[in-house]
Write a protein that binds this ligand. Sequence first.
Ligand code: DX5
Length: 233
Amino acid sequence: MSPHVPKHPIQIAPSVLPADFAELGNEVAALEAAGVDRIQWDVMDGQFVPNLTFGPAVIKAARPHTSLPFEAHLMVLTPDVMASEYVDAGCSRLIVHAEACLHLHRTLGHIRSLGATAAVALNPATPASAVEHVLDLVDMVLVMTVNPGFGGQAYIATMEPKIREVRTMIDAAGLGDAVDVEVDGGIAPSTVAAAAAAGANVLVAGSALYKDPAGLAHAVAELRSLATAAACG
Ligand code: DX5
């Protein structure tokens, strides 16, 4: 493998949480123009997390404005009930929280039966072992690097051993080429290298992209460059 090509392709998946909600069609088009790989919708139900955000109709309205894949980060108490609505709205990947699923194995199979790819998110206090017996049913594991519910929070560096543990578990199961490791929360130029070096290859960022004075394209390129260098390190 070339020293400059990471083992797992680096993907930038922006959160639209900081975007202008009155202009979501234009915002997702701008993210595509800025060079992101996919778009993450932070779906919050006001119960699993204190905030309330995007229903399926909002995502459906934005769908025609970009060709990029949509993933729904379901920070909700009832992912089984909501899953089909978000697939119908145009999300090709659904991320459910292990903490919200009484029957996680069944939920992941249900998501795949809908034709979407499936991912599990782990809150900071949830151990990597929570996904040990469902790795054959996931296409990605999301290691939260903040407590879910709000953008603009500080990166929790103590999650790095968990990122490494999840990546090691996936690779040991022979699933390294099939299963991504995503991180979400406080990802910025100052934190992205440590997360990528620990094994994350899909990077969710919101605040860091939107507050870059040089614009979205610069922010995306900078995160990608730093993550790629760290992953090859
Ligand atoms: C937390 C959200 C945030 C968001 C990104 O529930 O999931 O992590 O996507 O927030 P930033 O990049 O602003 O920390």
